[in-house]
Design a protein around this ligand. Structure first.
Ligand code: G4P
Length: 531
């Protein structure tokens, strides 16, 4: 018998996987899929440079560089659960998409390279997780290589990210001497056995209680004694596994393993599923919308235009927040009040796009966008009136003046740049009092500059030049009626407005922000714009 809506929703888990490039995010994702039976061989999630890359074939720039600029969604089944992984671009230069993907997830898995510890990009992404108070699970990867001291790694996470940690397992040695892990709850030792790095499905595991007389033999006496000392230290010093703190994102359960050799991946999945919950209520107009008790509703967290250049199509990606989605159902686009049918619903998997007949709260679907959706919009049943809280605009960190080279094509240029900004790939600003004569573009990662230039040329036939500007920080002025011409201490600051007319300031450095605040009593500056 088919599952009820309630059963389907209760078996959903939706998480984003984040890491600094090369920490092993793709490898880990792939191993998850192997366990879930979604793929049969390793190496099929992400081809490198020149291999087939069906998800994002549309964008030449990705192919040229062999990187993934856009995020994709993967779904797999494991032990009766239906798991959605929101993958985030794996390049140092990432865009707002990465941030937004986190808005659609219910929790995050942070992959850290054991030899490097916390790296800059992890910090940025982490800030968004903290803002949302979602649970964060840490997988410390590459234990089969030389690793930093495990206590130092935990310290690093606690200090740099400002979150408590609780190791669920503890590594025994590392690199060539990696012996396995000790599971703190069961007090078992899992011995490490490297399996071939290729497509083998499951790791072989030898499990032995730590107090078994053979345990010493299994890992060697020195390692055993050392382990016992470390466990004693850990039991005395590490935070307890307080699930309430985990739920609020204040404490991160930590797992050690080696994705490449399949070690620790399945135990991670098992603990993870036990510690995470089904999709929780989301806020609409200050009230909670229960995922099970309500009919279909979703919000748009990403828009991708021109996935197929010949068709000029736009796809809106939605996170379903409540109920069941059925193909061709009638819904209401809350922001315009228009009733519509969501056409061509599809799930975009790593390798393919497949048409979705039904989907449930927790799932992500992509639907054809006739040009009416904006990031953050809500769709729901016509009888309902939900409006999910908007997605904040994240502060760009790189700025450039856009010089349009062919004045004859002015209209096309403005249309192009506005559309690309609407998708949220870039943010555009006008100089205070200069109108559209001067357009400044701000991006979260500098790769977006190339994407902008490329897309304007290829899709809108407009050539541009980008002149980098020396600004690094941006703040919205909280009171949008503030008279910018009366601000003091702003000789070094650029005054601009965003597309919605909100006033903001561009600073050359963080120090400049305090300088202006000190000179303008009552001025309030904010890092995210919610408007
Ligand atoms: P990313 O998505 O976070 O960018 O990382 P990815 O999984 O692509 O992994 C980056 C590199 O690290 C890859 O090697 C991968 O094989 C390796 N790696 C991942 N997990 C582990 C692990 O647990 N142990 C070890 N020793 N290596 C690991 P590469 O040589 O850059 O790529 P490839 O040629 O192997 O694909």
């Amino acid at each position: 018998m088919a599952n009820s809506i309630e059963q389907e929703i209760s078996r959903r888990r939706t998480f984003a996987i984040i890491s600094h490039p090369d920490a092993g995010k793709t490898t880990l994702t792939e191993k998850f899929l192997l366990y879930g039976g979604a793929i049969n061989t390793a190496g099929s999630v992400k081809g490198k440079a020149n291999s087939k890359h069906a998800v994002s074939d549309w964008m030449e720039i990705e192919k040229e560089r062999g990187i993934s600029v856009t995020s994709s969604v993967l779904q797999f089944e494991y032990e009766g659960k239906c798991i959605n992984i929101l993958d985030t671009p794996g390049h140092e230069d990432f865009s707002e998409d990465t941030y937004r993907t986190l808005m659609a997830a219910d929790c995050a898995v942070m992959v850290i390279d054991a030899s490097k510890g916390v790296e800059p990009q992890t910090i940025k992404l982490f800030k968004v997780c903290v803002m949302r108070h979602i649970p964060i699970f840490t997988f410390i990867n590459k234990m089969d290589r030389e690793a930093k001291d495990s206590f130092d790694l935990l310290d690093d996470i606690e200090k740099v990210l400002g979150i408590e940690t609780c190791p669920i397992n503890w590594p025994i040695g590392c690199g060539k001497e990696f012996k396995g892990v000790y599971e703190r709850e069961s007090k078992n030792i899992l011995r490490f056995e490297a399996v071939s790095t290729g497509g083998s499905k499951e790791a072989k595991e030898t499990i032995l209680p730590a107090d078994d007389p053979q345990a010493k033999e299994l890992i060697g006496e020195d390692f055993y004694d050392n382990l016992m000392e470390e466990i004693e230290l850990l039991d005395g010093a590490a935070a307890e596994l307080d699930m309430e703190k985990v739920q609020k994102g204040e404490l991160s359960p930590v797992f050690f393993g080696s994705a490449l050799t399949n070690f620790g991946v399945e135990p991670f999945l098992e603990h993870f599923l036990k510690m995470t919950s089904q999709p929780l209520p989301r806020m609409s107009k200050g009230e909670e919308v229960d995922p099970v008790e309500n009919g279909f509703s979703a919000f748009v967290f990403k828009i991708q235009a021109n996935m197929n250049k010949n068709h000029r199509d736009r796809i809106a990606f939605m996170r379903i927040c409540s109920g069941k989605f059925e193909a061709n159902m009638e819904v209401k686009h809350v922001q315009t009040g228009k009733k519509m049918r969501l056409s061509q619903p599809q799930q975009i998997m790593a390798q393919e796009r497949k048409v979705v007949e039904e989907a449930y709260a927790g799932d992500i679907i992509g639907v054809f966008d006739p040009g009416i959706f904006s990031i953050g919009d809500t769709v729901c049943l016509p009888k309902d009136d939900f409006e999910y809280e908007g997605i904040p605009t994240f502060a760009p960190e790189h700025f450039a003046r856009v010089i349009h080279l062919d004045s004859m094509k002015r209209k096309q240029f403005v249309k192009g740049i506005e559309q690309i900004a609407q998708e949220g790939a870039i943010q555009i600003f006008q100089e205070h009092e200069a109108g559209f004569a001067e357009i400044i573009v701000g991006v979260v990662g500098t790769l977006q500059f190339d994407v902008l230039k490329y897309r304007l040329e290829n899709e809108y036939n407009c050539e541009i030049r980008l002149e980098p500007l020396p600004y690094q920080a941006i703040r919205w002025i909280k009171d949008r009626n503030t008279d910018m011409s009366k601000l003091r201490g702003v000789a070094e600051v650029k005054k601009v407005k965003d597309m919605k007319g909100n006033p903001l300031l561009l600073f050359k450095n963080e120090w400049g922000i305090q300088f202006v605040l000190d000179r303008n009593e009552g001025l309030e500056l904010v890092e995210f714009s919610k408007e």
